[in-house]
Design a binder for this molecule. Structure first.
Ligand code: ZN
Length: 50
């Protein structure tokens, strides 16, 4: 079982989840938080580019 690092949701089979491997360990993001995360990254890139 894995738990979402952002919202704390848990899943037996993390289909569609994102796995982030960092120096501090492995983080899992549920499908919903993954989408939010991608959107925020894109938003940051947009801000950086423009
Ligand atoms: Zn989540």
């Amino acid at each position: 079982m894995v738990s979402c690092a952002s919202c704390g949701a848990t899943a037996e089979t993390p289909l569609g989840w994102t796995t982030d491997v960092t120096a501090r360990g492995t983080h899992h993001l549920c499908d919903r938080c993954s989408r939010d995360n991608i959107r925020s990254i894109e938003g940051r890139l947009d801000l950086a580019d423009w």
